[in-house]
Design a protein around this ligand. Structure first.
Ligand code: NAP
Length: 268
């Protein structure tokens, strides 16, 4: 067995279990697929994308029976302790254990000065900071018993290089970044906590209100030393590295083709 790429598990023990929030599509689905390829059993959390999540889990279960489960939930579950408890029970009933928790779910949209409102604040902070913290706390006892880990999807704009017109998103991801470092201390030595900071690894959907035209795409690529948009599999690769990195905690890996080296801040 290749120790850098396969989940470590005592002989005769069942395969480790990874939960990916927002795992039905895009980067989340790439993490789910890559983990499954490496032998993990996977819990695909989703909200609106239930059909996509079920199709993904069906494909994985066809490849390996009883290896994927879907758990739908709006992340507002964290706002009520009883509902959060129920969510936690659903997660733990899937396979009876949890080894890796990946915080991938997120909302991402601008909040230009003058238009900032409470609803944007609540949604962007819920998905990008509050839910990751409260779900981490709720699942900590189970992760601790497995000596597991948490991996957070952050952003190169969560630290020193704010994204222009995205003040709330930048602030929420910065809070999430500090969660990674804080929990790395608070959960040591039993649970490691790390982050992956994408640059531009998948563009917004072409039918979304965040879609970028070819000129905007070109101006982004011009800021990337690697001269291309990244891809979700490159994020998944780093997530799986961190899942195996037994002496790494509190670390944040930028997977951005070098973009954070060239950003003066404010570039879209
Ligand atoms: N795309 C990039 O290049 C890039 C760049 C920097 C950072 N990142 C970070 O990397 C991660 C993945 O990026 P992405 O672009 O693949 O993410 P995304 O498509 O914007 O969102 C991932 C999922 O989050 C889930 N979600 C949103 N609000 C939710 C809620 N209230 N309750 C439950 N689930 C909710 C959605 O699930 P449903 O579809 O099931 O509703 C969505 O599919 C994110 O944390 C993002 O901030 C990505």
């Amino acid at each position: 067995m290749n120790q850098t790429s396969k989940p470590s598990q005592p002989i005769n023990n069942p395969a480790p279990v990874m939960l990916v929030t927002g795992g039905a599509k895009r980067i989340g689905a790439a993490i789910v697929r890559a983990a499954h390829d490496q032998g993990y059993r996977v819990i695909v959390h989703c909200h609106h994308s239930k059909q996509e999540a079920i199709a993904l889990a069906d494909a994985l279960n066809n490849a390996r029976p009883d290896s994927a489960v879907v758990v739908p939930a709006d992340l507002t579950v964290v706002d009520n302790s009883e509902v959060l408890h129920e969510f936690t029970q659903n997660i733990m009933q899937a396979f009876g254990q949890l080894d890796v928790l990946v915080h991938n779910a997120s909302r991402f949209y601008p909040s230009p000065l003058g238009s900032i409102n409470h609803a944007q604040w609540d949604e962007l902070f819920l998905t990008n900071a509050k839910a990751p913290l409260l779900i981490s706390q709720a699942l900590y006892p189970y992760l601790r018993s497995q000596r597991g880990c948490i991996i957070s999807l952050l952003d190169i704009h969560a630290h020193n290089k704010p994204f222009k017109n995205y003040a709330i998103y930048n602030m929420a991801k910065a809070a999430h970044r500090m969660m990674v470092q804080s929990l790395a201390l608070d959960m040591a030595p039993d649970v490691r906590v790390n982050g992956v900071a994408p640059g531009v690894n998948i563009l917004p959907e072409t039918d979304s209100d965040q879609a970028l035209d070819p000129q905007q795409q070109k101006s982004i690529i011009d800021t990337i030393p690697m001269q291309r948009i990244g891809n979700p599999a490159e994020i998944a690769h780093s997530v799986l590295y961190l899942a195996q990195a037994s002496y790494v905690t509190g670390e944040i890996i930028a997977v951005d083709g070098g973009r954070s080296l060239t950003l003066a801040g404010g570039q879209a």
